[in-house]
Design a protein around this ligand. Sequence first.
Ligand SMILES: *[C@@H]1O[C@H](CO)[C@@H](O)[C@H](O)[C@H]1NC(C)=O
Ligand SMILES: *[C@@H]1O[C@H](CO)[C@@H](O)[C@H](O)[C@H]1NC(C)=O
Length: 508
Amino acid sequence: MVGVLPAALLLLGLLGSGKGKNEELPLYHHLFDNYDPESRPVREPEDTVTVTLKVTLTNLISLNEKEETLTTSVWIGIDWQDYRLNYSKEDFGGVETLRVPSELVWLPEIVLENNIDGQFDVAYYANVLVYEGGFVTWLPPAIYRSTCTVEVTYFPFDWQNCSLIFRSQTYNAKEVEFTFAVDDNGEPVNKIDIDTAAFTENGEWAIDFCPGVIRHHDGSSADSPGETDVIYTLIIRRKPLFYIINIIVPCVLISGLVLLAYFLPAQAGGQKCTVSINVLLAQTVFLFLIAQKIPETSLSVPLLGRYLIFVMVVATLIVMNCVIVLNLSLRTPTTHTVSSRLRHVFLELLPRLLGSGSPPEGPRAAWPPRRASSVGLLLRAEELILKKPRSELVFEGQRHRHGTRTAALCQSLGAAAPEIRCCVDAVNFVAESMRDQEAAGEEVSDWVRMGKALDNICFWAALVLFSVGSSLIFLGGYFNQVPDLPYPPCIQPEPAPTSISPPISSRK
Ligand SMILES: *[C@@H]1O[C@H](CO)[C@@H](O)[C@H](O)[C@H]1NC(C)=O
Ligand SMILES: *[C@@H]1O[C@H](CO)[C@@H](O)[C@H](O)[C@H]1NC(C)=O
């Protein structure tokens, strides 16, 4: 059974080309009849195999912040030379490459050291290409899930430093040595290669730098060879638009609503507090959203979390403020008295300080005439009546004018005096209660105006606190840019399209 495939290949090769015959099968037998894929391709045990590495990133699939996992899709280009696979194409009918399954040849066993799911290896075992002179090339694709410590301090204006660490699983630094591949200009490719044509850009992350270094670890003792690994660092920057649109803008808008509580009149009562408490609840929802996204770390607080804590503190302060203002505004003369100091501070000093004029002056000026018309008149009447005995008051004038002739009439009226006194008493009572009522009303409105003044000053304080705090926190995120590292940019800008020369056929 084993011989069927080579025989078929040979037959195909013989039929396929009329001129020369396909030499792949003889070459295959020449190379692999005495080949042992387990042994290292060196003549002497102390020789080192030099392995050339080139990692090509085709897709940065995702960075899972919660699990601190970076998922990438890469091609690992590995080249080395195996002297046992040395052949000359003249001897084998011009065969330039021989493709053989990867399990038939020696492999340097390069693994991703910092993987997170036990998938050390490549995703697909592609064929190995063997070239004239024993040069071997292997280009397997791989999907790697690697650990990446996510730094959340500036989330969502953050950048991350993730690395892919490759090393040979079984061979030490003496046995297998790594170098970077060399590009067309003879420069070593000491970064992750990104082919802009094949690369799919990630919507959330932009790759700024992707340098690679070869690191040598010294062994534990002087004569132990140590190990070599190749570390590719990915400096990726988050594109924050998604979070700006979906979390920051709604959050700022909703938090801004809390300031409206100051414009509700005290008569609205509990509504004043309800507005701010509702905002507090909405902010909790946002906090919950963020907590779902970021890793459960206590090492640092993300910027968005700090902002939410800040606006929640502001909202809480405003709730407390509302309660105090309500307490002040809804006082009545029966329970509290306005001290003159309070009146001075809230009704004269604060309005003047805020430059909002003095609204109380208008109504106040309007009051005295009204009082004079009703209460004042009554007062004067009352004074007149009370100061003198009522009988005298009533009959005084008559006595002078009419003399003793009408005294008898007056006497009879005096006899009716008890009814008149009743009447006067009733008028007195009405006057007194009206005066009390007006005084009380004035005091109540004094309390309300004090509450208003307090609301006014607190509104400006809250506005300043809210805007300054918000801008300070977001400025921190704005200034958190990727440092200018001494590496070339990872993705080379596309060369400007040059003007295409007219096709040759059109030139006559
Ligand atoms: C490959 O073989 C040729 C001669 O056939 C020889 O000159 C050359 O040195 C060999 N190369 C290696 C790597 O052994
Ligand atoms: C990224 O992390 C690696 C090691 O994890 C470190 O050597 C390197 O300096 C870091 N780069 C930056 C820009 O912080």
